[in-house]
Design a protein. Structure first.
Length: 363
């Protein structure tokens, strides 16, 4: 399947795995001292928006033929998320299977677009697992890695609030950040690296002003004509932090699983660049929230709503007329996730302990 794109008077056809080509070519642009953040229409459409470090880390896959590299890239995304879900401390393997089944369609959507979203979700979940087991260095490493892939991974740093070794976690995070930031110096000069970070910053700054995505901001804009991304994110950040007031429950595993779910949802519904393939992250949060507690009728209604409108709406099962005329223009794919995130905040504020979960994660 080829995707035609027009640049000026020239129309070029691109492969269906265009995102993978963006990742792959970033490595070659890096070692050739090119600006990573320019359009290269002869190679792929759209811009590279990740860090210079990610352009280096993709090297082992980039040097392979496309068929092999794409296969390994997609397998990496699938397996990281699969094993992360499987290691979660829910009540049974049956619950884990239901989680995996629930996220499967969104995972396929992400993989079909050769995206990194499943990898991001898996790394954040694994970071939670490691930090829960007091492996602060590994937890910090994985969160910093997500930041150098997609900046919104920074929200996962909030996990450290629940654990006693905060200073150690902060020091590890600073150390990993400095290491990852400087890593491209293996292949390029310091002046070129500074140039790339400056170019990346300019791209992200300009990108922020021209996009709303399938998000809270997208709904406010399409429904009410209100465009106030900054205020929306600020309000979202305040609501996100409210559960920190319930510090007496910080040792409760279910409470921490709710917060993990909140993180996975927040970084999508308040992301101005959120698109359909990125919702595997949010849906992973929905699955963790639902299957880490007793079944409640209101939760069943919300998760069914999410399955129909968020998971199924991009598929051929969903009526095309409704998708084209309502779901896409009104950012409705985000609506169930927004409602569930609000419910999670509510659940955390009025939290009541349950004793149906394991006290620690079993390996």
């Amino acid at each position: 399947m080829m995707k035609p794109k027009t640049f000026g008077t020239c129309t070029i056809e691109y492969t269906h795995y265009n995102n993978y080509l963006i990742f792959k070519q970033s490595f070659f642009h890096l070692i050739e001292n090119y600006d990573l953040y320019k359009l290269y229409p002869n190679e792929h459409w759209d811009l590279y928006k990740y860090s210079p470090t990610f352009a280096l880390l993709i090297a082992p896959i980039a040097v392979l033929p496309d068929a092999a590299g794409l296969l390994i890239w997609n397998l990496l995304n699938v397996l990281i998320l699969f094993f992360a879900i499987w290691k979660l401390p829910v009540s049974s393997d049956k619950s884990r299977l239901f989680m995996l089944g629930f996220i499967l369609i969104e995972l396929i959507t992400s993989i079909q677009n050769s995206q990194s979203n499943a990898l991001i979700a898996g790394l954040i979940i694994f970071a939670f697992i490691f930090i829960e087991n007091k492996q602060m260095a590994l937890a910090s490493l994985l969160i910093v890695l997500t930041i150098f892939i997609k900046l919104f991974g920074v929200v996962a740093l909030a996990l450290f609030i629940f654990y006693p070794e905060k200073i150690k976690f902060i020091l590890y995070t600073i150390g990993w950040t400095l290491l990852f930031a400087a890593l491209p110096l293996i292949l390029i000069s310091s002046s070129q690296l500074l140039f790339l970070y400056h170019s990346w910053f300019n791209l992200l700054q300009n990108d922020h002003t021209i996009s709303l995505g399938i998000s809270v901001a997208g709904i406010f804009s399409s429904w009410f004509g209100i465009e106030c991304k900054g205020k929306i994110v600020l309000i979202g950040a305040v609501l996100f932090c409210i559960p920190f007031l319930k510090y007496k429950f910080f040792n409760e595993l279910k409470f921490k699983l709710f917060f993990l779910s909140s993180i996975l949802l927040w970084i999508i519904i308040f992301n101005h660049k959120a698109e359909s393939p990125s919702f595997v992250i949010a849906i992973s949060g929905v699955a963790i929230w639902f299957f880490s507690q007793k079944i409640k009728i209101e939760n069943i209604i919300l998760i069914v709503f999410a399955f129909i409108l968020t998971v199924l709406s991009p598929t051929d099962i969903f009526p095309k007329y409704i998708r084209v005329n309502y779901v896409v223009p009104y950012a409705l794919k985000a609506l169930p996730c927004i409602l569930i995130w609000i419910k999670i905040i509510f659940d955390m504020m009025f939290y009541k302990p349950e004793n149906n979960l394991e006290n620690k994660i079993q390996y």
